[in-house]
Design a protein around this ligand. Structure first.
Ligand code: CP
Length: 308
């Protein structure tokens, strides 16, 4: 049987193209299953998975949980806000205590970049990074690329622009690694103050002008401004950001072609996207969420096959 080259999913940068293609092929099968009347399979019976969320989440948390339940795994849900972390317990103590309950796989979201890599080096379980600070969000990039492949047949040679707060975005970094590995042409667009200094090293083009970026692309992946990760304000106001980089229906109608709009969520409606765009036929946003379940089932299944 085909298997992943890794024992953990810590970031897209640790994967090979074959791993991504295997995840997509496996997700194709799970997507068929979850669209049948009986959505559950016994693939992970007797596997115990802990979902450790040290930072807020709606989509990723629920998507992992439903993926685990569709695979018949036993599921533990941990939220730091209601835990002994509040009494000063360390990350390693917290996780080692949970592992003592015979947990096989850990899904973790954490505000600190590198938290998943740290955990993978210090505990005896397979780790899936569900977003670590400004570092990576690998399952988001996989479901984004999978949704593009589903709509266009392939990702290779597509022109994809990622718009907004690239500096603070784990989604942007994971998407850039994933899309480039699959042969897409990737650009970024937004205020220069929201671009990382190492942009050239990522091998992407930069557009300061939204209209030029949209006329170049087939797909625009629009990101939220992450005010919670900004120590100092990096642009004058949300209103000004929206005037220059926000996408409304009039902006789409003035383009010389139709494009697809993606967004990882949560959307700040009226800032980066207006509702008439987010809810339009151009939008792939709810397909992304639907595909997230099949992608996470595939990742959980393939990593569980590597357990001792
Ligand atoms: N896309 C995403 O990670 O959303 P949540 O923060 O709601 O999980």
């Amino acid at each position: 049987m085909d298997s992943l080259s890794v024992n953990h999913l810590l970031g897209i940068k640790y994967l090979k193209r074959n791993d991504i293609e295997l995840i997509f092929k496996t997700a194709d099968n799970f997507k068929k299953i979850i669209n049948q009347p009986i959505k559950k399979v016994p693939s992970l019976r007797d596997v115990t998975i802990a979902n450790l969320f040290f930072e807020n989440s709606t989509r990723t948390k629920l998507s992992f949980e439903i993926a685990e339940k569709r695979l018949s795994a036993d599921v533990l849900n941990f939220s730091s806000a209601a835990s002994s972390v509040k009494k000063g317990e360390t990350l390693l103590d917290t996780v080692n205590n949970i592992l003592a309950m015979k947990v096989d796989l850990v899904v973790m979201r954490h505000p600190n970049p590198g938290a998943s890599v740290f955990l993978s080096r210090n505990i005896d379980a397979s780790i899936i990074n569900a977003g670590d600070g400004t570092h990576e969000h690998p399952t988001q990039a996989l479901l984004d690329a999978y949704s593009i492949r589903e709509k266009y047949g392939e990702v290779s040679d597509k022109n994809i622009v990622i718009i907004g707060d690239i500096l603070h975005s784990r989604v942007a970094l994971s998407n850039i690694y994933c899309l480039k590995m699959l042969g897409a042409n990737v650009s970024v667009c937004g205020p220069m103050t929201l671009m990382p200094k190492y942009l050239d090293d990522l091998g992407v083009n930069y557009f300061s002008n939204l209209k030029e970026a949209l006329n170049w692309c087939d797909i625009a992946n629009v990101l939220r401004i992450q005010l919670e990760r900004q120590d100092v304000q990096l642009f004058p106001s949300l209103r000004e950001y929206s005037n220059v980089y926000g996408i409304n229906y009039a902006v789409l109608e003035k383009l010389n072609k139709e494009i697809t709009i993606m967004h990882p969520g949560p959307i700040n409606r009226g800032v980066e996207l207006t509702s008439d765009v987010a809810d339009s036929s151009h939008s792939l946003i709810l397909d992304q969420v639907e595909n997230g379940v099949a992608i996470r089932m595939a990742v959980l299944f393939l990593l569980s096959n590597k357990l001792n």
